[in-house]
Design a protein. Structure first.
Length: 310
């Protein structure tokens, strides 16, 4: 990982130097746009509406328009703002974690101690753990003043940016204002369904199926040496010439997905059948052994009765 920002946590009179790292990454397949006729890559240019020239990124400033008047803000203007130059993550207060509505959470960042002695870092981390609270902080990053939550994840401090209060919309749906009655039976059945599906959350049990299918599709097209004819994308002719089996890629992907999803239940079913078969065989063997034993014991019992009668 590469640090994207350096600063320090201002915790009362305690100063904790830290490095900031993105805690998440995008796993999506990277795609770009091409001309469907010849495969030429589509490029976007920053063109000035006044002179018609293509403008380099370093020659672009920002602007604000209001009532037909435009104010240009240069990089120097923006850097002159006091908050832009701040390198402090200022702790404002400590609050119970449950008081933070999850809708407020935005991008998470890891914080690494940036000093020879990480004692101050560990002090803040242990304090948050022991008090079971989250630190509400304010800081500046990428030309924005931000609100954040400083909390512990595993053995590290995590900074998670928060939305400002006026950035969260209130939901007002007229349909929910009507008198909706839920019967006890409906609630009972719904609760029973929840109970039947209840388990501990395991994030590793879930996969991004669309990305898996997309990678399979790309791999299949690369293996075929596919052309730019999009009409042939979803039907692949077998390699053995005419009359070969035609494979529908989408159908194949669907089958593989169904197989993956049904793998666990299929394995359990097979295991159950195997257990039942083994159990049945065991019972049959026991019954046969008992019959053979009874046949062996029959003559001995007959001789015993004959002696008693004599």
């Amino acid at each position: 990982m590469r640090a994207i920002w350096k600063g320090s946590i201002a915790f009362g009179l305690v100063n904790v130097p830290v490095k900031l790292y993105s805690a998440t990454e995008d796993h999506d397949v990277s795609l770009h746009q091409v001309h469907n006729k010849d495969g030429g890559r589509i490029r976007y240019q920053r063109k000035c509406e006044v002179c018609g020239e293509v403008v380099a990124y370093e020659d672009i400033d920002k602007a604000y328009e209001e009532e037909g008047r435009t104010v240009v803000l240069t990089s120097a203007d923006l850097k002159s703002l006091p908050e832009e130059n701040s390198r402090d993550i200022e702790v404002v207060e400590f609050v119970p974690a449950e008081q933070l509505d999850p809708i407020m959470y935005e991008r998470p960042y890891y914080l690494e101690p940036d000093s020879k002695s990480p004692k101050a870092y560990m002090l803040l981390l242990r304090t948050l753990q022991d008090t079971e609270r989250v630190a509400i902080v304010q800081y500046a990053l990428r030309q924005k003043t931000r609100l954040g939550a400083l909390r512990v994840r595993g053995d590290v401090l995590m900074l998670q940016s928060l939305l400002w209060d006026d950035e969260v919309r209130e939901a007002d749906f007229p349909a929910l204002d009507s008198d909706i009655r839920i019967s006890d039976k409906e609630l009972e059945m719904s609760s029973a369904l929840v109970d039947s599906m209840a388990r501990d959350f395991d994030p590793e049990a879930y996969t991004d199926d669309y990305q898996v299918q997309l990678r399979q599709l790309i791999a299949a097209k690369l293996e075929r040496g596919d052309s730019l004819d999009t009409e042939e994308t979803f039907g692949v002719q077998a390699a053995e010439g005419e009359g070969g089996e035609v494979i529908d890629l989408m159908e194949a992907l669907k089958r593989s997905l169904d197989k993956k999803r049904g793998g666990a239940s299929g394995a359990k079913t097979a295991e159950s059948k195997a257990g039942a078969k083994t159990s049945g065989t065991s019972r049959t063997a026991k019954a046969k052994a008992k019959d053979e034993t009874d046949e062996e014991k029959a003559p001995a019992k007959a001789r015993t009765r004959a002696k008693k009668n004599a």
